[in-house]
Structures are given as C-alpha cells and as structure tokens.
Design a protein around this ligand. Structure first.
Ligand code: SAM
Length: 255
C-alpha cells in the first residue's frame, strides 16, 4: 500500500460498526502522511450490512469524521443494506479491486471458505483480509459445541475459530498471519436471576436464541445453565464472570 503513488484505498466491510478499525487505519495513514513527500490519500469504504439499524449507527459514527482525520484523506462510503451473500450476487464483475477487506465478528453468518475465496479474488495485489473469530478453546466455541444440533442457530451458520481460518488459508495456499487474541470478561450474574430482563436478554445472546428461558426444554435448559455455572468464575463479591476472547487472522495477497 504505497502512499507515494496516487493512493486510493478501497475497503470492503462485511458489517457495520467497525468504525474504530477504519479510524485506526486513518490514524496510521495520518502518521505516514506527515512524512515529507507524501500526498493525500483517498479511502473508499464499501459497507455491506443487512441491518438498517446497524447501518444508521455506522453512518452516525463516521459523520462527521474527526477533524484531525478528515484532513488526512478523502474518505467516502458506499452503503449496501443487504447480506454479503446478496452483495456477491449483485456486485458487478468489472468493479475495482479492494486493498483491504474486513470481517469483524461476521464470518459466522456465511460459509467462510466460499466468501473468503470470492474476496481473495477481489483483493488487489498486496491487499489483506482482516478477520476476527473466536479462539478454538474459548467460551463461545465450547458453547456452540454444546448447542450443536440442539438449537437452531438462526442466520448464524458456524462459529469459526482461528484454526478453521488457518486451515482454509493453508488449503488455498494463501499467506496468512495469526495476529493476536484479546481477552475480556462478561458478567453473567444476571443470567441466573430468572426475574432479570437483562439476564434474559444476555442469556439469549449467549445461546443465539430468542426467549431461551421459555422455549428450551427443561433438561436442556438445565444443561446450559450448569455449563454456564461451570464455565464461570465467581468473584469475591459473588459476581459470575466468563472469559470471552477474540482472535484475529489476516490473509495476505502477494503483489
Ligand atoms: C456480531 S455483529 C458485529 C458487528 C460489527 N462488526 C462490530 O464489530 O461491532 C455481526 C454483524 O453481522 C451482520 N450480519 C449478519 N448476517 C450477515 C450477512 N449474511 N452478511 C453480512 N453481515 C451480516 C449483523 O447484522 C451484525 O451487524
């Protein structure tokens, strides 16, 4: 991604709300553009997101762009309120290539190998695909194994891990790098309080279901609650916490 020659970065974002990532990217550009001889870059982001609410949130977050960043690059956005699968069907073959494509916590809604193979073809030489998934031994991966074949995961197809992505990259002979793992904690105390609305919503989020307390069979509900209890640690103040982790994998295309 040289900045000396007419720099135009095209980003394909598979979901909304990755504003932070885009702003970080702009900040990196800002640092480079402060060097003598650099010229202003142009960044065009193509956002693909089926949720109108998320698109609105994303638009609000980037409008206006922070003043310090707006001066660094000509930034433009293109919004597609549709699933990535639909976007693939509609996107004309002759469209330009992308320098960066990111899937932040969104590959689970797609067949990862099909989508990444399509995107790899759409990557410019020297471009990269940035993907975040859950680590192989993390809470959400274990939970998805527990739920497998027992509940309908809705539009989520598979909880991919960094091992899945590395396997896809190796199978296709793509260069890749496992970047980092981020650890954070989720307080799930309210899930054990049947009268808590917050707990009901959080539980639904953890099991990818709506109204899990009502719709789950008694035995399976108990199994899931026992699993949550076993996976959580209890603090001195009695709060129950689970460790939730995110892993990042980058796939590169050679120049
Ligand atoms: C876990 S959220 C992540 C959102 C955002 N990347 C972030 O980090 O805040 C997953 C997002 O994927 C979107 N999504 C669901 N199915 C999708 C699909 N088939 N194609 C593209 N995005 C999809 C959802 O609407 C949701 O905004």
């Amino acid at each position: 991604m040289g900045l000396e020659a007419a720099p135009c970065f095209v980003c394909l974002e598979s979901v909304a709300a990755t504003v932070k990532l885009i702003l970080e990217f702009l900040l990196a550009l800002q640092k480079r553009s402060e060097l003598p001889g650099r010229i202003k870059a142009a960044i065009h982001s193509v956002v693909v997101e089926p949720s109108a609410e998320m698109i609105e949130e994303f638009k609000t977050s980037v409008s206006p762009l922070p003043q310090s960043l707006a001066g660094v690059a000509d930034v433009s956005f293109e919004w597609h309120e549709m699933t990535f699968q639909k976007f693939r069907e509609c996107f004309p073959q002759k469209e330009s290539l992308f320098d960066m494509i990111h899937f932040v916590a969104s590959l689970l809604y797609m067949d990862a190998e099909t989508v990444l193979s399509y995107c790899y073809q759409k990557l410019a030489g020297g471009g990269a695909m940035f993907c975040t998934v859950v680590p192989e031994e993390s809470f959400f991966t274990k939970m998805s194994r527990k739920l497998h074949n027992k509940v309908d995961l809705g539009s989520a197809q598979k909880i991919y891990t960094e091992v899945d992505l590395v396997n896809i990259a190796r199978k296709n002979n793509w260069n890749y790098e496992e970047l980092w793992k981020v650890h954070n904690q989720i307080d799930i105390t309210s899930c054990f309080d049947h009268s808590s609305l917050e707990g009901t919503i959080l539980l639904d989020f953890l099991v990818f279901q709506r109204d899990f307390r009502v719709t789950a069979g008694k035995t399976f509900y108990k199994e899931v609650m026992d699993f949550l209890n076993q996976e959580s640690s209890t603090c001195d103040n009695g709060r129950k916490l689970i460790e939730s982790e995110i892993a990042a994998v980058v796939i590169y295309k050679e120049q």
